[in-house]
Design a protein around this ligand. Structure first.
Ligand SMILES: Cc1cc2nc3c(=O)[nH]c(=O)nc-3n(C[C@H](O)[C@H](O)[C@H](O)COP(=O)(O)O)c2cc1C
Length: 221
């Protein structure tokens, strides 16, 4: 399974089997984390067999059950979009390894996460990880026409990018983003909403995989 294929397979999963992540798979994920941290200055980490953050003294918390593994996505201030972009790389990589995930901004216990942050860093999100009791379900999406604005004739690659963007996970499934095409120039903007800047990074990562990175560069908005 490629990262692109994973876009179509991935859905948020909140109930997990009591089955550990194999050391070989954990090593692949850790290597990607090390590469991302090195390249970007983000502070991502992988917590394995650490049920506390999803327990709140009960076997299930929020709508989560059995979650014992997660990625911690931490960084200094103002890195929301990068958190989304690189976090989604880990999400889709996990899916290619047959693992399920769910982005989590709220429904976990931040003070139970066993990581030491550097000065000025904070935990933006965690991503639940493991073998799901199910594979999740496709989310309801806005019609694709509501997610982009276009001037001029649209190339096929743009529409493939939009298809991938519409499948991106967003907080509360809000899809508060707009991708614009203006005679070959592509840009993306977050609309107002909780976590919408993180969502934008996730959406851009999906769009690139769908459209093909060689076909365009992002214009600043
Ligand atoms: C930045 C972000 C934060 C999220 N926070 C939570 C959360 O706190 N609790 C939760 O149950 N789901 C959370 N989600 C999962 C979304 O509800 C889910 O991605 C969305 O409904 C779309 O469904 P899908 O991921 O199955 O496509 C979050 C998603 C994102 C992208």
């Amino acid at each position: 399974m490629t990262l692109y294929d994973a876009i179509f397979e991935r859905h948020s999963v909140r109930k997990y089997e009591n089955k550990p992540v194999e050391p070989e798979k954990a090593a692949v994920l850790q290597a990607k984390i090390d590469e991302i941290n090195e390249k970007t200055g983000l502070s991502f980490s992988l917590c394995l067999d650490e049920p506390e953050a999803f327990m709140a003294n009960k076997p299930s918390y929020g709508s989560f059950a059995g979650c014992r593994n997660y990625f911690v996505l931490a960084a200094g201030k103002g890195r929301d979009e990068d958190i989304g972009y690189y976090g989604e790389e880990l999400v889709l990589l996990s899916q290619t390894l047959g693992l399920n995930t769910c982005w989590v901004a709220l429904t976990f216990e931040k003070n139970k996460v066993p990581v030491t942050l550097k000065d000025g860093e904070k935990i933006y999100d965690v991503v639940a990880l493991g073998y799901g009791q199910n594979q999740g379900v496709p989310h309801k999406s806005k019609p694709t026409e509501k997610l982009y604005r276009a001037k001029g004739e649209l190339p096929d690659w743009f529409m493939k990018g939009m298809e991938a963007a519409a499948l991106a996970p967003t907080a509360i499934n809000q899809q508060r983003f707009i991708i614009s095409y203006d005679k070959g120039k592509v840009s993306a903007k977050a609309l107002l909403g909780p976590c919408s800047k993180t969502d934008l990074g996730i959406v851009k990562y999906h769009f690139e995989l769908g459209a093909g990175k060689d076909n365009f560069v992002w214009e600043e908005k």
